[in-house]
Design a protein around this ligand. Structure first.
Ligand SMILES: [Zn+2]
Length: 365
């Protein structure tokens, strides 16, 4: 398989445009047309992981965290980033990162944590803004069904748990074809009136290219009239964090112990218990303190996340139990998530999970 085939699939799972501005997800080292022998999956891309990939005959490393975040100006093996990148280039190992884009999709990092913790009916805690757009097109009534179907087929028209959402209103289109035109209806040089439907459908911006291709292919007119509008509605299917419910309310301490065991955490740092049972749970794999207000607003009893600083713990104010389980601990199942998705799509493709514990944080007791 070529690199481009695998990365195209990964970017359907987690479109690159859903990553944060500071992020560097995507193909970091490697040529899209090169052939992959086998792939290695890891949470972090370290030199040790690249060594393991070489030893196991893998020339493609997929990591959650990108090894390169900022521009590299020198290649002197002076730090772990330069060493990893230089080794990858020297041994022809491609490096790919699928980071905040995988955090932000509905069936991404946080859905995996929810599955592990038995959290059901989950939804995005902080839905993404500036992602939704609306396509409006005008189509002869006869062909309207085929045009609408093609746009929906390309992934537009999804609102919450509903698909195929659209709205159509009848009206009259007018146009005059020039001498150089080849009109589907009407005569050249004459003003034509046609009964048309105005079809409106929303879509996330990352699908725009495919949706326009589908529209132009399905629409009968030589010159297709359409408008693209940015919307300020938030996009429910992508964003940061997740909120959901447990099947049954459970004692707080029992829940924290269950989280500790399930996420193999050595320790959990948490705020004062509230003497209430836990049923609504917010989660965010990795750094999640920025989502505390959203977790409280969503009525979460506990927020399972990582990387809270001392002063940020005070912000719980008895409204929620903050549970800082660790960055690696909350995100470790991302490896499994990638493995399962790739294996399902490409059953005969060789993938390995790293055997290296890349967590840079160690604990003493
Ligand atoms: Zn992370």
């Amino acid at each position: 398989m070529k690199i481009i085939e695998l990365t195209t699939f990964l970017e359907t799972l987690a479109p690159l445009s859903l990553q944060e501005d500071y992020d560097n997800s995507g193909l970091i080292v490697g040529e899209p047309d090169a052939t992959i022998t086998a792939a290695m999956i890891s949470l972090d891309c370290t030199e040790a992981v690249i060594d393991e990939a070489i030893a196991k005959g893998c020339n493609f490393v997929i990591s959650h965290h990108p090894i390169v975040f900022k521009g590299l100006k020198k290649f002197n093996k002076k730090n772990y980033v330069e060493r990893a990148v230089m080794k990858a280039i020297k041994f022809d190992i491609a490096l790919y990162a699928i980071h905040t884009n995988l955090d932000h999709v509905l069936e991404g990092v946080n859905a995996k944590i929810c599955a592990k913790l038995g959290i059901k009916q989950y939804r995005i805690l902080s839905p993404r803004k500036n992602t939704l757009k609306k396509l409006v097109t005008f189509c002869p009534i006869q062909q309207a069904d085929q045009v609408r179907a093609a746009i929906l087929q390309a992934g537009a028209g999804s609102i919450g748990n509903y698909s195929d959402c659209s709205f159509s209103t009848p009206g009259t289109g007018t146009f005059k074809a020039s001498e150089n035109a080849n009109p589907f209806v009407g005569e050249r040089g004459e003003l034509h009136r046609e009964d048309e439907l105005r079809i409106e459908i929303i879509y996330p911006e990352f699908l725009e290219r495919n949706i326009l291709i589908a529209l132009l292919q399905a629409h009968p007119y030589e010159e297709v009239a359409y408008d693209l509008y940015p919307l300020s509605n938030s996009y429910q299917q992508a964003g940061a964090g997740m909120i959901g419910t447990l099947d049954k309310p459970i004692n707080e301490m029992e829940f924290l112990r269950f989280v500790k065991g399930t996420l193999n955490a050595k320790v959990i740092r948490h705020t004062a218990l509230r003497g209430k049972n836990v049923q609504r749970v917010a989660v965010c794999g990795g750094t999640g303190s920025f989502l505390l207000p959203a977790a409280i607003a969503a009525g979460a009893d506990v927020f399972v996340t990582a990387d809270f600083k001392y002063h940020e713990f005070f912000d719980a104010e008895g409204k929620i139990v903050i549970s800082d389980v660790g960055h690696f601990e909350t995100e470790q199942f991302t490896q499994e998530l990638l493995f399962e998705n790739i294996q399902k799509k490409f059953p005969n493709f060789a993938i390995h999970l790293t055997s290296i514990d890349t967590n840079p944080i160690k604990y003493i007791f």
